[in-house]
Design a protein around this ligand. Structure first.
Ligand code: SF4
Length: 384
């Protein structure tokens, strides 16, 4: 990347960000990227002289929720300044020019930074009936995406619609909505699914690129492993309640007030890969499960069809034999009262059930999950 506009560190100084805050941010980014803390100084050094990266931000069939996340109203932070290193030369929702002037901005960027600009795509791409369901300036969105991505350094798809079609691709949708990867299969596409994506993951992806000159390692679905490499269930602050058989049974009941596990209320955390419990939203303030609502699995493929009904319980209790239900996890607690630990009691119960049924099968694998060693081997990209 040879693009150079205003160096990053000058922007920090001009906006009153202290050296201490900058170093703290660098450490936080190392943590977000699942790197050892020893990488923090390297990140800081790289960011100090980072160039601004020209970006063309395209929007197709979407609600602009990812743009909202990108523009989140908050006090200036280092993270926001990192995002400011993106020189967004074209963005249909927020740019001042319109019509031919807007098109010229895009074409100028494509010409002046050929092979160096980044394309961010938000929203799905309709392909039914030759793409007529979304046209901009008289051209189909599909055609615009193909042309713009063809000469980009990389493409970042933000949100679930750009990932695999999202809501417009749900059953019954008439537009033939598709995700970016299927439209530009030869391009390097980093997928940041979520409804919306977590802007911290966009920030960390950019920091990785600015620091190492390469995009982060991804799973086979193009999702960065640092953000989509672990099950939500394995990071959830309510996990202890799950293990102990303490579940919310009805909205507003005692368990809901005490913050117990939402598995019985339909939580899809046991089958969803994302870092929502650690990254959280709104400057790290909260995430859905913390507020009392189950995960709906929005980072997973075809989640509108695959994860519905959102309030329907997953068919089996995760981590236990197929025939062990959530109710029986509660029974496992009885064993704990008699002298065993709760976890041991539940595990014993599951083991006995399997032995009794002559069934050695373990829990079914979570859908499209990248956390196994096998999938890690299959990961593409560069993991520093
Ligand atoms: Fe958390 Fe949901 Fe797992 Fe319960 S089922 S521990 S609420 S992710």
């Amino acid at each position: 990347m040879t693009v150079t506009k205003d160096p990053f560190y000058r922007m920090l100084v001009e906006r009153g960000v202290s050296r201490r805050a900058f170093l703290k941010f660098s450490a936080a980014m190392a943590s977000a990227l699942a790197l050892p803390m020893s990488y923090a100084p390297r990140i800081a050094k790289a960011l100090e002289n980072a160039p601004r990266v020209p970006v063309i931000w395209l929007e197709g069939q979407d609600c602009a929720g990812n743009t909202e996340g990108f523009l989140r109203a908050s006090h200036p932070t280092v993270a926001e300044i990192v995002l400011d290193t993106l020189s967004v030369d074209y963005h249909e929702t927020i740019m001042a020019p319109s019509g031919e002037a807007a098109e010229k901005s895009k074409l100028d960027t494509m010409r002046d930074y050929n092979g160096q600009y980044v394309v961010v795509v938000e929203g799905s791409i309709p392909i039914a009936e030759n793409g007529i369901y979304c046209t901009i300036g008289g051209r189909t969105f599909k055609n615009i995406v193909e042309e713009t991505c063809a000469h980009a350094a990389a493409v970042i798809s933000v949100g679930s619609c750009a990932f695999d079609g999202g809501l417009p691709a749900a059953a019954g949708g008439p537009t033939g909505a598709a995700g970016v990867s299927s439209i530009v299969p030869k391009s390097t596409v980093i997928n940041l699914p979520g409804c919306p994506m977590n802007v911290q993951n966009l920030t960390a992806t950019i920091v990785h690129f600015l620091t190492f000159g390469a995009w982060p390692a991804t799973d086979p679905l193009g999702r960065p492993l640092f953000a989509y490499g672990q099950l939500i269930h394995d990071q959830c602050e309510r996990r202890a309640h799950f293990e102990s058989g303490r579940f919310v049974e009805a909205w507003g009941d005692e368990g809901a007030r005490k913050g117990w596990c939402l598995y019985k209320m339909g939580c899809k955390g046991p089958e969803t890969y994302a870092n929502c419990p650690t990254a959280r939203f709104n400057d790290g303030a909260s995430w859905p499960v913390k507020t009392g609502h189950g995960c709906v699995g929005c980072t997973m493929p075809r989640f509108w069809d695959q994860m519905t009904p959102f309030y329907g319980r997953l068919p089996k209790a995760p981590g236990f034999a197929n025939d062990v239900t959530a109710d029986q996890i509660g029974i496992g607690l009885v064993a704990a009262v008699t002298g065993l630990s709760a976890v041991h009691g539940v595990a014993s119960y599951a083991r006995k059930k399997r032995q009794k049924n002559g069934d050695g099968a373990g829990p079914s694998p979570a859908a499209a999950g990248p956390a196994s060693d096998e999938s890690a081997d299959g990961a593409k990209g560069i993991q520093a």
